[in-house]
Design a protein around this ligand. Structure first.
Ligand SMILES: Cc1cc2nc3c(=O)[nH]c(=O)nc-3n(C[C@H](O)[C@H](O)[C@H](O)COP(=O)(O)OP(=O)(O)OC[C@H]3O[C@@H](n4cnc5c(N)ncnc54)[C@H](O)[C@@H]3O)c2cc1C
Length: 305
C-alpha cells in the first residue's frame, strides 16, 4: 500500500488503477518490489535485468535480490534495462509483473534471526504484456523515484514492535528503573517516540492540506526512525543484563534479542543510512553533489559491480 498505491496513482494508466488499487487497499493481493540486484543496490540505476520488446509483450531475463515477501506476492513492481545504450538512469522501464508468470523462480533467504523475510528472484524468459508498463518506455527512473520517496515515509511510519511501553515494562521486570542512566535512556526513548509521531503528523498534514512546506524530508524521517529503532533494540538487551545473551531462552522468548539483530533491516532496507545522509546533504543542506564518473556514459559502457 505504501509503495505501489502512490506510484500507480501518480503514474499508472486508468486500467492499471482500476485493476489494482482496490484489491491492494483491501489486502486481497500482496505485492513485492523487484528493484535491487546483486550488482545494483545503493547504485540502483546500474541495474542489469534486461527486457526486450517482442510485439505486444516484453521478454525479461535477470536476477533480483532482497525481495521482501516475494514468496507470498501476487504481483511485483519490476525495474528493467530496456535501452543499454542510454545513460544509466535513462534506459530503465518500470513494469507490473504477475508473480505466477512462467519463468519466475523465488528462493527464500534465511536471515540471522532464522526467518526468511526476503528472497532471491530469478527471471528467465518471463513474458510481460506491454500494457503492464508503468509510465513511459525508458522513463522508469521517474516512476521508481516516486516509489522510493514513499518507501522512506512508509518505513518510518510503519507499525513498531518495540515502543516506549515495551522498553519500560522490561526495565521494570529487570528492576532497573532506579538506575539514573537507565532513566535517562528511557527518557530518550519516550522523547524519540514523540518526535517521530509529530514528524509523521506533519507529513500527513502536508499531504492532506497540500501545504508542502510542512512536509518532512523522507530521508530525515527514515534515518530518525532507524536510529530510535536501533536504540530501543540494543537498550532492551542491555536492560536484561546477563539474560540478554540467552536468545530464545530469555524471558519473552528472545523478543529483545530478535529486535536487536533486526536493527540492520531498516538500517539497510529502503536505502542505507549513508545514502539517506547523502540525500539530506544534497537536497536539504545544499551541499555539492557526490562526484560521479558515469552519469552521461551509456550504461553498456559504464563500470559496474
Ligand atoms: C530487510 C531488507 C529488506 C529489503 N527489501 C527489499 C525489497 O523488497 N526490494 C528491493 O528491491 N530491495 C530490498 N532490499 C535491498 C535494499 O534496498 C538494499 O540492500 C540497499 O539499497 C543497499 O544496497 P546493497 O545491499 O547492494 O548495498 P551496497 O549498495 O553495496 O552498499 C554497501 C555499503 O556501501 C555504502 N555505500 C554505497 N554507496 C554509497 C555512497 N554513495 N555513499 C556512502 N556510502 C555508500 C552503503 O551505505 C553500505 O554501507 C532490502 C534490504 C533489506 C536489508
Amino acid at each position: 500500500m505504501g509503495l505501489v498505491g502512490p506510484t500507480l496513482m501518480a503514474h499508472g494508466t486508468r486500467e492499471q488503477q482500476q485493476r489494482h488499487l482496490t484489491p491492494l487497499l483491501r489486502g486481497d493481493e500482496v505485492w513485492c518490489q523487484l528493484f535491487s540486484e546483486p550488482g545494483a543496490g545503493s547504485d540502483l540505476a546500474s541495474l542489469a535485468t534486461r527486457a526486450i520488446r517482442d510485439g505486444d509483450e516484453w521478454i525479461v531475463n535477470g536476477q533480483k535480490v532482497w525481495t521482501s515477501s516475494a514468496q507470498h506476492a501476487d504481483f511485483g513492481i519490476l525495474l528493467t534495462r530496456t535501452d543499454p545504450d542510454a545513460a544509466k538512469h535513462g534506459g530503465i522501464t518500470y513494469f507490473i509483473v504477475d508473480m505466477r508468470t512462467p519463468g519466475i523462480e523465488v528462493r527464500p533467504l534465511v536471515q540471522a534471526q532464522g526467518v526468511a523475510h526476503f528472497n532471491e528472484v530469478f527471471l528467465s524468459d518471463v513474458r510481460i504484456p506491454a500494457a503492464n508498463m508503468v509510465g513511459d518506455e525508458n522513463g522508469g527512473w521517474t516512476v521508481a523515484r516516486t516509489t522510493m520517496r514513499n518507501e522512506s515515509a512508509m518505513i518510518s511510519g510503519g507499525g513498531q514492535a518495540t515502543t516506549f511501553a515495551t522498553v519500560l515494562s522490561t526495565a521494570r521486570r529487570c528492576g532497573r528503573t532506579d538506575d539514573p542512566i537507565v532513566r535517562q535512556e528511557l527518557a530518550k526513548v519516550w522523547g524519540n517516540e514523540q518526535i517521530l509521531r509529530y514528524l509523521s503528523m506533519r507529513t500527513q498534514t502536508a499531504v492532506m492540506t497540500g501545504r508542502r512546506e510542512l512536509a518532512v524530508h523522507g530521508s530525515l524521517l527514515k534515518n530518525f526512525f532507524t536510529r530510535s529503532f536501533t536504540h530501543r533494540g540494543t537498550l532492551g538487551v542491555h536492560l536484561e543484563g546477563a539474560e540478554g545473551m540467552l536468545d530464545a531462552d530469555a524471558e519473552g522468548a528472545g523478543f529483545w534479542q530478535y529486535q536487536c539483530i533486526n536493527q540492520f533491516a531498516p538500517r539497510i532496507g529502503g536505502g542505507t543510512e549513508e545514502v539517506h545522509r547523502n540525500n539530506l546533504a544534497e537536497q536539504v543542506l545544499g551541499l555539492p553533489r557526490e562526484p560521479t564518473s558515469d552519469h552521461d556514459v551509456p550504461w553498456s559502457q559504464s563500470r559496474r559491480a
